[in-house]
Design a binder for this molecule. Structure first.
Ligand SMILES: Nc1ncnc2c1ncn2[C@@H]1O[C@H](COP(=O)(O)OP(=O)(O)O)[C@@H](O)[C@H]1O
Ligand code: SF4
Ligand SMILES: [Mg+2]
Length: 324
């Protein structure tokens, strides 16, 4: 893997304007993705993963406000006035529900052709179709011509997710953001889509931000895993280090109930308590209300995310030098 950064998120904070105030959905998030690397954002529902992905893709909903930060993609700050909230051609995003992404009134062949025509500036109908079929073959869809002439409702969930990935890749993006792309699929299909993404990553040298609430899925696909909780990054390490040596009590809790042999497809454990109210974030450590190892200092002082060992960062007072 080249040690060259393709994406750098710096101090990103995003609020949602809601009735009666604002919700601090993402706070001071910083991380980097290197070329050809798959980074997984992992955390329970509501931890801010999708908000981070949407911000990078320039696809935040209208009630989102970026309070601070920079998103540097291929050397350019995507949050500067002229690029802010614009779609970035080199970054494509794939969502959980492929059926919701595709217009049910159009054959999938028409949808992909439209994207190819617009993005690749190809005009000849035959060439467009050729490229569409090539993309369907690339995502290992059987009988590409039949797929081309099908409406979304005529295809299974697994096939639809492949179609959506083919559409995303037809623009030759440098980065793919996949937001829970396997969540709606059964375990076998989930494994097939992960294998496909890994093989595309190898073939195309794609960099990927893969978002999942499933640590098992993350361990399968990620080079590096970043754990989010309540809108903050709380731990980051390369995949095997994080799985074998989780440091943060939240990550350790997520891991505890998963037998090593079953890590592949296990869901995150339910840790007692709920994610804090983001309209009113806590003082001190964001996890202190649910942490079984909470100390006095945790309720007052917020632990910064710090390097604990080489390539392993954690935000927890248990690993700070001056803990009480
Ligand atoms: N459009 C929105 N308007 C208001 N609140 C939102 C909106 N989208 C997400 N949220 C809230 O922001 C927080 C983070 O959500 P999200 O980024 O979707 O988390 P995740 O992807 O980890 O489940 C949650 O509390 C969620 O309810
Ligand atoms: S800082 Fe304290 S409350 Fe937070 S995770 Fe670490 S031990 Fe638990
Ligand atoms: Mg989400």
């Amino acid at each position: 893997m080249k040690n060259h950064s393709i994406l750098r998120v710096e101090d990103l904070s995003i609020d949602y304007i809601v009735l009666g105030g604002s919700l601090k959905a993402v706070r001071n998030v910083s991380f980097e993705i290197y070329e050809g690397e798959v980074v997984c954002l992992v955390g329970e529902s509501g931890s801010g993963k999708s908000t981070v992905g949407l911000a990078i893709a320039g696809a935040l909903p209208e009630n989102a406000i970026i309070r601070s930060g920079r998103i540097i993609f291929m050397g350019k700050n995507l949050l500067e006035a002229e690029t802010r909230n614009k779609k970035v051609n080199n970054i494509m995003i794939v969502f959980q529900d492929p059926a919701a992404t595709l217009n049910p009134l159009f054959k999938v062949g028409e949808v992909i052709s439209d994207v190819i025509k617009t993005h690749l500036q190809i005009k000849e109908r035959e060439k467009i179709k050729e490229k569409a079929l090539e993309m369907f073959r690339m995502v290992e869809l059987p009988d590409p011509t039949r797929i081309y002439n099908s409406y979304p409702h005529e295809l299974s969930g697994g096939m639809l997710q492949r179609v959506v990935i083919a559409i995303a890749l037809s623009t030759n993006p440098r980065m793919l953001i996949a937001d829970e792309p396997t969540t709606m699929l059964d375990v076998t299909l989930q494994a097939q889509i992960i294998d496909l993404l890994l093989s595309l990553k190898r073939k195309l040298g794609l960099s990927m931000l893969f978002i999942t609430h499933n640590l098992g899925v993350a361990s399968e696909i990620a080079d590096r895993i970043i754990v989010m909780y309540g809108g903050e990054l709380i731990e980051e390490a390369n995949s095997s280090e994080l799985i074998n040596n989780p440091l943060h009590p939240y990550t350790r809790g997520l891991m505890e109930c998963i037998p090593r042999t079953h890590i592949k497809y296990s869901k995150l454990k339910h840790i007692p308590g709920t994610i804090p109210d983001l309209a009113n974030p806590l003082k001190g450590c964001i996890f202190s209300d649910r942490c079984s190892e909470v100390m006095d200092v945790c309720r007052v002082v917020k632990p910064p995310i710090k390097e604990y060992s080489r390539n392993h960062k954690v935000a927890c007072h248990l690993y700070m030098e001056e803990k009480q």
